[in-house]
Write a protein that binds this ligand. Structure first.
Ligand code: ADP
Ligand code: MG
Length: 319
C-alpha cells in the first residue's frame, strides 16, 4: 500500500464544515464571525505514553481524546484536527481499527480531520486540534483569584490505578478494574463542561499530568496559592478511607497520577449553585476540593486540619 493509498483509504473523509480538507498542500478553514481560533497539539509516543501492543481502536480514541481535553480546558468548541503519524509498518487491520476509534470520537464531537502527515518511523501519533471560542471568553490558567473555590470533575486517580494494575503493582477487583482500565485507555474529554464553564469559571486546566502538578500551573500563572482538603478529593471506591495499606498508593494515584483528563477549575463562591446544577445534566460529579488563597504553592490538609506533606508532584518527561 502506498502512502497515498493509506491516506485515502483510512484518513480521507468528506467534510462539510471546511472549505478544503485532506488532499491539497494545505486545508482551508473559515473561523466563524466573533470567534477566536484555539489551537493545541499533543503527541503520543509508543513505548512512552502507551504500550506498543495497545488495542489500536482505543489508541485512535485516546490520540484524539487527549487533544480534545486541552480544548475542553480552554472552554473551546472543537472543530478541526490534523493527524501526523509515524508508523513502523502499514498493517491494514491496525489502521482500520485505529481510524475507526479516531473517527468515532471525532464524529461524537463534530470534528473534521482536515490534514496531516504520514511517514515511516517508530510509532508516534500527533494531533493538532483547532476549535472556536467566543472572543475574550477562553478559560485561561492565569485567571484564578484569591477567594475562588477550587473544583475538579470526575474521579481522580483511576487511570493511574489502571496502569498500576497493568504493571502488576496492584490486583484490582473486577468492576473497579474495568472502570480504571477504561479511564486509562478510553478517557472521555470534558468538552461540554469546559464550554459550560466559560461564563462561570475564572481559570481552568485539564489534569493530564496529575492534580498537583497541573493545579500548580494555575497557581503559578495566576500568582496565587491553594489550600486543598485531601479527604474531599473524589477518589476511586478502591481507596476506602479506612484502608491504611493502600494509602500511599492512593496519594500517588489521586494527587500525582497522570492521564485523568478531568478539569480542575476555579470559580467565585457566588457560582456554587450554578456549578452544582451542571453535574446532573453532564452526568459528571463536580467536587469542591479547596480554595485559592494568597501566597505561593499548594497546602494539602487532612480532615482534622493537619498539613499533609507531599513529596513528589506530577509526571515530567525531563525531570
Ligand atoms: P505534502 O507532501 O504536500 O506535505 P502529503 O503527501 O504529506 O502532502 O499529504 C497529502 C495530503 O494528505 C495532505 O492534504 C495532507 O494534509 C494529508 N494527510 C497526510 N497524512 C495524513 C493523515 N495521517 N491524516 C489525514 N490527512 C493526512
Ligand atoms: Mg507532508
Amino acid at each position: 500500500m502506498s502512502e497515498f493509498d493509506l491516506i485515502r483509504r483510512y484518513f480521507t473523509r468528506p467534510t462539510t464544515n471546511t472549505i478544503l480538507g485532506v488532499g491539497d498542500d494545505a486545508a482551508l478553514l473559515q473561523v466563524s464571525p466573533g470567534m477566536e481560533l484555539a489551537v493545541s497539539t499533543d503527541m503520543l509516543v509508543g513505548g512512552t505514553h502507551f504500550y506498543l501492543d495497545t488495542d489500536p481502536r482505543q489508541l485512535g480514541h485516546k490520540t484524539l481524546a487527549v487533544n480534545l481535553s486541552d480544548l475542553a480546558a480552554m472552554g473551546a468548541q472543537p472543530r478541526w484536527a490534523t493527524l501526523s503519524l509515524a508508523l513502523p509498518q502499514a498493517h491494514d487491520d491496525w489502521l482500520q481499527a485505529f481510524s475507526e476509534g479516531f473517527f468515532a470520537l471525532a464524529d461524537a464531537h463534530g470534528i473534521e480531520l482536515i490534514g496531516g502527515d504520514t511517514t515511516r518511523g517508530p510509532l508516534n501519533l500527533s494531533v493538532t486540534i483547532m476549535g472556536e471560542v467566543p472572543q475574550g471568553k477562553a478559560l485561561r490558567r492565569s485567571g484564578a483569584q484569591v477567594g475562588d473555590d477550587i473544583w475538579v470533575s470526575g474521579v481522580l486517580g483511576e487511570a493511574a490505578l489502571g496502569l498500576a494494575h497493568l504493571q502488576e503493582q496492584v490486583v484490582l477487583p473486577e468492576g473497579v478494574r474495568q472502570t480504571c482500565i477504561a479511564a486509562l485507555q478510553k478517557p472521555e474529554p470534558r468538552v461540554a463542561l469546559g464550554q459550560a464553564l466559560r461564563d462561570i469559571a475564572h481559570s481552568a486546566i485539564d489534569i493530564s499530568d496529575g492534580l498537583l502538578a497541573d493545579m500548580k500551573h494555575i497557581l503559578d500563572s495566576s500568582g496565587v496559592a491553594a489550600e486543598v482538603r485531601y479527604d474531599r478529593l473524589p477518589k476511586s471506591t478502591y481507596f476506602a478511607p479506612s484502608n491504611e495499606d493502600i494509602d500511599t498508593l492512593a496519594q500517588d494515584c489521586v494527587l500525582c497520577g497522570g492521564d485523568d483528563y478531568e478539569l480542575c477549575f476555579t470559580a467565585p463562591l457566588a457560582q456554587r449553585e450554578e456549578i452544582m446544577a451542571l453535574a446532573d445534566p453532564l452526568h459528571l460529579p463536580l467536587t469542591r476540593i479547596g480554595s485559592i488563597v494568597s501566597g505561593q504553592g499548594c497546602k494539602l490538609r487532612a480532615a482534622n486540619g493537619n498539613v499533609i506533606q507531599i513529596e513528589k508532584e506530577g509526571y515530567d518527561h525531563f525531570a
